[in-house]
Design a protein around this ligand. Structure first.
Ligand code: FAD
Length: 659
């Protein structure tokens, strides 16, 4: 068998024979350090991370076979989300390696812009993704996986000295199966918490199509027993189309990058060979789509609800209503190497299956499309995340951690990143180690968690590069330097092999930059050599190799061919050295700006300032927030939800200039 088929057989065997997993009755007599509830993207990373910390961990999930399931789009990464995948990987999480194993179409988005905002992305083979995650979990020592539905928590009063606080000491499995005790519990129930599915005018209980929701008693306990504030959000998914019924000749062909770039720092190449990658296709909606949406509104209950959905990934119904008459993109994405289905990204919808078919057939390449499974919507409870500490523990409940969609986020990457960090802290708490936070200056994970716990959510939260004030330092290429070293030395969730490799890279980059600074390019001999590799006279008067490298057309390879004895040892890191050299001045500038904001916290903002027409670069959203809140000081402006640090810098520059 090829390796991947062998792995698949091994995973199936483990699940079917139960040889790696215990039955529920086996585990009810055990005491665990950490119990993770839910085997989605948050739960699997949480369980794996807690185990890496050294905690004896149990993962309880409703169905073995859906562990690591991609509920919606068969893709990973993108702009902002790709950064999260790299950071999860840098902390030794599963997601990046799973993406490299399951990817069938790799591309770097935003390549025309700077590497800080490049978005590593891949289309995935759904089955392979699950297979990788399941196989990793089953081969993790100290981790037990069981199938079961948690219906409640075991709660006791916290320390007598802390009135009003509770402590969670375990979980209760549904159907009277039993109780399991643990020092920490991580809940990652995703879209399943009091979940309802919507299609046309039909509503049914469910967390995902064909799967029941979490027991209603969980929402009840969180709200009534533990006193937490819950809210409700929604999302939706498109119908899956039979591939053979699509006329791809009527759509634009989009090829992957010729050379796939792996997500993981430990992989030199992806599992899928470059030539085996699958294409995507792009098409557009037509006026006929608008017509079907409008004519079906009265029989589409999901769209009539007030519950907030994902603003940046809206249903086709929401798009048509918000932007009438506009053509919308529809990406036709492969579901896997051997799958006969196609995922139409951009066509999430909740009308009846008959109307869904009518709508699809209004799009030229889909004029004879057949649907295998219809689209639907889901509404679910979430916990308002301002009730959490930055280490994702519930403030008023000791031992209880939350991660993923339950915290009001949307997306696999956002869920995985929180899961990893909640797993780390649940493990550390259980082992009597102090909890840890990630700062906004060191990671996108830190930005996301800080946004969640300090600003809360009013709609499903997803990651964008614009949310990070330090994005020139928080690049996908340097996630290992930012996180792997700390992950090993302080957090304890990174393996020694990964740490050694990251340390080697870190040393090589520092040495290479030092070496570049040591070479000067002004002597006639170098000038001649530079001309030889196509670098002009004017540029060759620059002083150091590092400055030279900051020029777009100068590559590290060029300089290494001129100074082979000094630079050739670092050729393996050429691209990374180039990026470091280009970004160093920006990063230093950025740090200075942040210090300036901190120093000017008490700067008074003029009371009559007209935010709506201020002649500076501010988004409409930020202008509206500032106009509504009218903060007295710069510090107050920085703390307003939605006001980005970049906006604060513009405001500061404007006010100090006009003073
Ligand atoms: P999930 O992946 O939902 O996993 C939850 C897990 O918990 C499941 O394995 C479930 O079986 C288990 N579980 C639940 N309750 C219990 C219990 N009581 N006991 C034991 N186990 C339990 N994201 C986007 O970014 N864009 C989209 O357009 C989008 N559309 C979506 C459409 C639909 C219909 C759905 C269902 C999801 C969509 N998502 C979308 C969201 C994406 O799937 C989630 O963000 C991501 O999967 C969340 O990961 P999670 O780990 O928090 O939860």
């Amino acid at each position: 068998f090829p390796m991947w088929q062998l792995r698949r057989l091994v995973v199936r065997h483990h699940f079917l024979s139960g040889c790696h997993n215990r039955t529920i009755t086996d585990v009810t007599h055990h005491n665990y350090d950490v119990i993770v509830v839910g085997g989605g993207h948050a739960g699997t990373e949480a369980a794996a991370a807690a185990t890496r910390i050294g905690a004896k961990t149990l993962l309880v999930t409703q169905k073995f076979e859906t562990i690591g399931a991609l509920s919606c789009n068969p893709s990973l990464g993108g702009v902002g989300k790709g950064q999260l995948v790299k950071e999860v990987d840098a902390l030794d999480g599963l997601m990046g390696r799973a993406g490299d194993y399951a990817g069938v179409h790799f591309s770097i988005l935003n390549r025309s812009k700077g590497p800080a905002v490049w978005g590593p992305r891949a289309q995935l083979d759904r089955e392979r993704y699950k297979e990788f995650i399941q196989s990793e979990l089953l081969s993790t020592p100290n981790l037990t996986v069981i199938e079961g539905s948690v219906e409640d928590f075991i709660v006791s009063p916290a320390d007598p000295g802390k009135p009003g606080k509770s402590r969670v000491t375990g979980v209760r499995i549904a159907n009277g199966v039993g109780e399991i005790l643990a020092s920490s519990v991580v809940i990652t129930t995703g879209t399943f918490l009091s979940g309802s599915l919507f299609m046309g005018q039909t509503t049914s209980p469910g967390g995902r199509m064909g799967e029941p929701p979490s027991c209603a008693s969980i929402s009840y306990s969180l709200r009534e027993v533990l006193g937490l504030k819950l809210g409700r959000l929604r999302t939706g998914t498109p119908p899956r189309i039979v591939k053979d019924t699509i006329d791809f000749s009527l759509a634009e062909l989009h090829l992957p990058d010729p050379q796939p770039t792996p997500f993981s720092f430990v992989n030199k190449r992806t599992h899928c060979k470059p030539e085996d990658q699958l294409p995507c296709h792009l098409t557009y909606t037509t006026p006929g789509v608008d017509r079907v949406v409008r004519e079906s509104l009265h029989v589409n209950s999901h769209i009539q609800q007030d519950t907030k959905g994902p603003r940046y990934c809206p249903s086709i119904e929401s798009r048509v209503l918000r932007f009438p008459g506009r053509q919308h993109q529809v990406w036709l994405e492969p579901e896997g190497l051997t799958s006969d289905l196609v995922y139409p990204q951009g066509l999430s919808m909740t009308m009846t299956p008959e109307l869904q078919l009518r709508l699809l057939r209004e799009i030229p390449p889909l004029h004879r499309a057949e649907i295998r499974t219809p689209g639907y919507g889901v509404q679910y409870d979430f916990i308002c995340p301002m009730q959490l500490f930055p280490w994702l523990q519930v403030k008023r409940v000791q031992g209880l951690f939350l991660a993923g969609q339950i915290n009001g986020t949307t997306g696999y990457e956002e869920a995985a990143a929180q899961g990893l960090w909640a797993g780390v802290n649940a493990g550390r708490t259980a082992l009597s180690l102090p909890p840890l936070s990630l700062s906004r200056t060191e990671s996108y994970i830190g930005v996301m968690i800080d946004d969640l716990v300090s600003r809360g959510v009013t709609e499903p939260y997803r990651m964008f590069t614009s949310r990070a004030e330090f994005r020139t330092s928080l690049r996908p290429d340097n996630a290992d330097l930012r996180l792997t070293l700390r992950g090993f030395e302080e957090v304890g969730c990174v393996s020694s092999q990964r740490y050694s490799e990251a340390s080697r890279t870190s040393c090589a980059l520092s040495e290479a930059l030092f070496a570049l600074r040591s070479v000067t390019l002004s002597s006639p001999r170098w000038r001649e050599k530079l001309r030889g590799v196509g670098i002009s006279e004017a540029k060759s008067t620059l002083v150091s190799g590092e400055e030279m490298l900051q020029h777009k057309e100068v590559s590290f390879e060029m300089l290494a061919s001129i100074f082979p004895e000094i630079l050739a040892p670092y050729l393996e890191f050429s691209q990374r050295i180039k990026i470091e050299a280009v970004y160093r001045p920006h990063c230093e500038n950025q740090k200075r700006e942040m210090v300036r904001i901190q120093e000017e916290e008490s700067l008074t903002l003029p009371p009559d300032i007209d935010y709506l027409s201020l002649p500076v670069s501010l988004s409409d959203e930020v202008r509206e927030v500032l106009d509504r809140a009218r903060p007295d000081t710069l510090g107050a402006a920085t703390r307003l939800p939605g006001v980005t640090p970049a906006a604060v810098v513009h405001l500061l520059n404007y006010v100090t200039k006009t003073e």
